[in-house]
Design a protein around this ligand. Sequence first.
Ligand SMILES: Nc1ncnc2c1ncn2[C@@H]1O[C@H](COP(=O)(O)OP(=O)(O)OP(=O)(O)O)[C@@H](O)[C@H]1O
Length: 923
Amino acid sequence: MARGLNRRQQRITEAFDALCEAVAAALGAAEGRRDSTIRAHAEAIVEMWLRTDGLDAVQADAGMRPLLTNPALSGPLERVRADRREAFAGWLEDGPRRLADILQEAAPGAAGLAPEHWLARVGAVDGSGPVPSLWSIGTGRIEDAAPVDFPVAVPLLDESHLQVSSGHEGRARAEALVEGLLLRVMSYFRPGIVQLHVWDVGQFTGALPGLYPLTRTGLLTVHDPAMLPQLLDELSDRIRRVHTRLLVDGHPSLRALAESTGARNEPWIVAVLVGNRAPLKDDEHRQLQRVARGGLACGVQLVLLDVPMTINAPVESVRVDDAGTAVSSMTGPHVTVDLEPPLPPAEVTRASHAIADAYESWRSRIGTFADVLPRPAQWGKVRSVSSLHAPVGFADGLPVEIALADASPHALIGGPSGSGKTNLLLTMISALATRYDPDELEFYLLDFKEGVSFAQFAPGRRDRTWLPHARLVGVNINTDREFGLALLQFLADEMRRRAEAAKAYEVTKLEELRAADPEGRWPRIVAVIDEFQYLFAERDAVTRAATLLLEDVARRGRSQGIHLVLASQDVSGIEAFWGRPAIFEQFVLRIALPRARRVLAELNDASLDLPRWHAVINHESGIKHGNEIVRLPDASGQGASGDEAATSSVGAVQRVLHERYAEGRPQPRLFDGSSSPRFNDLAAGLPRDGVPRALVGQNIDVAGSAAAVGLPDAPGRNLGVLAAVGREAVRVLGAAAASLAGQYPAGGVDVVVAPLVAEAAEPAARLADRIAATGTPVEIVGLDGVRARVEELAKGVTDRLSGPAPGRPVVLVLYGADAADTVLEREGTEAMRKLMRFGPETGVHVLGWWRSVQRLRALLMMSASVDDLGAWVALDVQGSEVQALVPGMLVNWSPRPGRGLFFDRAQHAAPEVVIVPSLPEAE
Ligand SMILES: Nc1ncnc2c1ncn2[C@@H]1O[C@H](COP(=O)(O)OP(=O)(O)OP(=O)(O)O)[C@@H](O)[C@H]1O
């Protein structure tokens, strides 16, 4: 039994053993298959990664990199590499060559060449370019591809910001990359065209020590680690200033502006921010983002090194790995960039010194008058649609512009006598006139002081040329404040005319009017008034009227393209005097010459320590942060010679402009307060409308029109000249009689000339000769015959009054009429009164000079009245005396040489100042 059991047991055991073996065999086989499946799966996954992420990405990823050296994965790796080789092979054939060609063109000179070609040589390219669009950083290669490399470059300046990041080991290479790039930029352009700012979070001394020599001249500013907000403020200010001052014509960027004007005067600012891979504080981050967004259009370029942030503006990135190679956004992940070897530190320092030295000598070179003018090909090329701008001085060797635009429509210039104010005005006029043609810009130039600085812009005896942009030149205005008033009135009228024209096109501004009426001529107007404080010198009607007009023009001129430039030795006191600070507020552009007071804002005393021939230009109503300190060139052209002399002075510029534009354009009107207007010119300007007129002088207006009294056959049409002394009285009376007689046909009027005082004998005789020469009979009557002649004329008037119509015209010219009092007696005086009262309506007019208002007043009573003298001109008599002739009207008049107060009931609401003409016989 037991034996039988054992055998069975043994069989069972054997059977199980066999089973176990079979199971073991089966399991062994399964395990083998699983291993190979896992291997295949792993290979497939890796191949998928390699194909999805790319070999380079895997290579760059520290976690993945071991895969590439795992022999078990050589299969997929080899397959991917083979495919990649094949894919790149086509590109490698001509891709690198094409890149090299592009770079050669886009990165000229120091932007692209190897350092030995430019290091320590100073660049000469100015802001007008050519501006490289790419800057070399190294060579690229494609891993495992054929050993072909190609140049790699990044865009900078106007194009794109640059963000460089590095690992711990790669930081030194990253800094060397930034240093090399900056040195390329600094070596390409003329020193001063690019300015650097460096801020390093970690060190006081900042990164990029090789560039330190540049700090000596301000080309490089190193910012304290704690002062990032200040740097960002500075950059933001700059962006704002570019927008409000330069990009006012609708140009989107400085680059676009430079393309249209052919010049770029604003330097590029490159701000290098060196971080420690930690994010910036929130507010700094936000402000930096704003700078990044607005910067490129305004020439502000950011280079960020290990400052992590997203930038909402064009930006290229370079990531430097620990091995010192890099990947750039320009070339993508498949290209490994071998960065240029760091420049030898000693060479960098030497180059920086060379640049700083060159900059120093450039800066100390005096910006000449010729340097504020555009290049010859650019003369007259700029349009004034929405603004005017032109440089007037230099800061650090670069021209600094003033802008008359929406944001800064008017300018206030201050500087004590001798500080160069006139010189600055002449420079400004020349710089503007050479940029804009006379259809784009017109000048109205007034000089209140005794100088004749603007006289050169009108044709003179020696120089017949004139400035084609000038419509009016007023010099020696001194006491003729009315002329300033007349200019303001003219501007106000022109402003209204423009507003009406705009309204007809359903627009409101000059800029829109020009677009709506492209054929129309709508130049911007610049009215310059030098020593304008004289206009407000007294508390009188002129000041009151001028204040109102100035306020109107200052406020509304902006939209009608009318700009005021007011200059003064001393503006202090004016503001208080006006009691209207709002007027000053419109004068956003302030220019203060050395020691100028109150031109800038109250706490801004920058003008006090200005050196000679410098100015503070401020487009921010004079507040401190708007200060720009410039050096002013000398507009007199002294010391210039050769080619330069052609454009080295205002006079030389005017001759070129005259030759170019004068033909077919009217000359500017010259108002010279120190000279008398010519009788013949004035008489020729009298209207010919059948009404006989007696010329008494020239109105103080922009047109320089003739002042005359109409003498139709109507009551009261007599003229009185009131003057104690005869010198000017005979000129007014002579002009009146000669012009009046000249308007009748020869022999068509009887003229009776009565010189009743000795000093009048000669002028009366000359007047008689002059009139007689035109064929008109003239009778001369002396003191002895005057009574009889007056009575005879009075009798004639009585006869005419009963007749059907006025008779033959008669003009009685009395020199020293009051002298007749002694001889007229009662009858004669009555006859005289009759002549005055009833003569005019019958064609008999009296033109008389009375030496005393009292005597005249005594004549105009009883059977005559003051109304019988319809018009008078008062010369050397006080307003209070004349008052008697116009009861109820306040006459404000202090006599001044060569001027008269003219009142004609028929045309004036109040008396007006006229200029006494020269003697007709003197011409
Ligand atoms: N930027 C300059 N460089 C060299 N010389 C200058 C400069 N500006 C002015 N001058 C000279 O200084 C003198 C005075 O200049 P300017 O007549 O312009 O001064 P001003 O302030 O208008 O004086 P004033 O009101 O007394 O006429 C002139 O001889 C002028 O040539």
